[in-house]
Ligand binder design. Structure first.
Ligand SMILES: [Zn+2]
Ligand SMILES: [Zn+2]
Length: 382
């Protein structure tokens, strides 16, 4: 069986599924319609189904080894600006990250794998997960048993930064770990003309924000990478009133857990030291949202061997400070998160992920399907 030839046979079907999902986007944990359609197909093709909310775990085959393949199904609260026949029919919601394509590619793989299930010497598990966009749907799937008995896990993301049809494979850290924080700096309010009778939280906040910038520039090893961004400041309402408190919000990013730990420790020290120096106080909540996505070198090499054997075009892909909840699977099971290039200048498919004009080059989606099929059969052969 040649996975690329098999996938080419159902290329139009994959595109039709993708367009259907694209026209009917559903936000995180609301993937009712999408998951119903996925489940109907999988049942028809003979998969054993387990539901985890709007997520689906589907198994086929028998044997010692199990490979898991994962797709995410959720859309974003973005108003689509593309004028295409398959434009989103739901105002304010759009598949602006390509998860419609991921779901369609894995459905295609499901169909081909089912047709050739006799040739499987092990189990294939498909994970269709909800809520990748800030919902950590991966955690819900893992709690629901998605990784039980799984030996390796692979996932695909369509990728605007590499040319259409090229598969990006990276060793080690690929996407960043992400956290969000919210802080309140509490002073003592009063008249704007009598600052000496107040503890003005505004200059204290200014000092704190500047000091936070030194974490990346002065504390993180320059060879490593990190981000500390204050993205919101709220405090005060009038020209002549010194407010009681100021609220800050922001995000942190990092590739190595030890860098994440360093950022968090220094943030606490900065808030603590600066507020103390001025007689103010603070509250700081830092929530780690997603750990870094770190590919297993052996699994990345395996993917390269498979890509080479079947003549896929593949290459390296640059790391990004974006985050992905596929990282939770990789914390538990060796695997790799792969990228499928979808950038096509001629077709005007150049807008970044989450942009209202984001689109994917549909003519290469079958390659994602083919690679998923190839990974499954090669892994279970070995
Ligand atoms: Zn996204
Ligand atoms: Zn995404």
């Amino acid at each position: 069986m040649n996975p690329i030839e098999e996938a080419l046979k159902i290329k139009d079907e994959i595109i039709a599924w993708r367009r259907d999902f694209h026209m009917h986007p559903e936000l995180k944990y609301e993937e009712e319609r999408t998951s119903r359609i996925v489940e109907e197909h999988l049942r028809e093709w003979g998969y054993k189904i387990k539901r985890v909310g709007t997520g689906i775990i589907a198994d086929i085959g028998k044997g010692e080894k199990t490979i898991a393949l994962r797709a995410d199904m959720d859309a974003l609260p973005v108003q689509e600006e593309n004028n295409v026949p398959y434009r989103s029919k739901i105002p304010g919601k759009m598949h602006a990250c390509g998860h419609d394509a991921h779901t369609a590619m894995l459905l295609g793989a499901a169909k081909i794998i089912a047709e050739h299930a006799d040739g499987l010497s092990g189990k294939v598990r498909l994970i269709f997960q909800p809520a990748e966009e800030g919902g950590n749907g991966a955690l819900k799937m893992i709690e629901g048993g998605a990784l039980d008995g799984v030996d390796a896990v692979f996932g695909f993301h369509v990728w605007m930064d590499i040319p259409s049809g090229v598969i990006g494979i990276r060793d080690g850290p690929f996407l960043a770990g992400a956290g969000i924080f919210r802080a309140i700096i509490k002073g003592k309010g009063g008249h704007g003309a009598s600052p000496h009778e107040t503890i003005d939280p505004i200059p204290i906040t200014a000092e704190t924000i500047l000091a936070l910038q030194t974490i990346v520039s002065r504390n993180v090893d320059p060879i490593e990478s990190g981000v500390v961004s204050v993205t919101s400041i709220r405090g005060g309402t009038a020209f002549n009133v010194i407010p009681e408190e100021v609220e800050l919000k922001g995000t942190v990013r990092f590739f190595k857990p030890e860098v994440g730990d360093l950022i968090v420790r220094r943030m606490k020290e900065i808030f603590d030291g600066i507020t103390r120096a001025h007689g103010a106080s603070y509250e700081l909540d830092i929530e780690e949202l997603t750990p870094p996505t770190v590919n297993d070198k052996r699994m990345a090499d395996f993917a390269r061997r498979v890509a080479g054997k079947y003549g896929f075009r593949y290459g390296d892909v640059k790391p990004t400070m974006g985050a992905e909840d596929f990282s939770f699977y990789l914390q538990k099971v060796p695997g790799a998160f792969l990228a499928l290039g979808i950038r096509n200048e001629e077709k005007g498919i150049v807008h970044p992920h989450h942009h209202p004009k984001f689109d994917v080059d549909e003519d290469v989606l079958h390659l994602g399907t083919a690679m998923e099929v190839a990974l499954a059969f090669e892994f279970l052969r070995a």
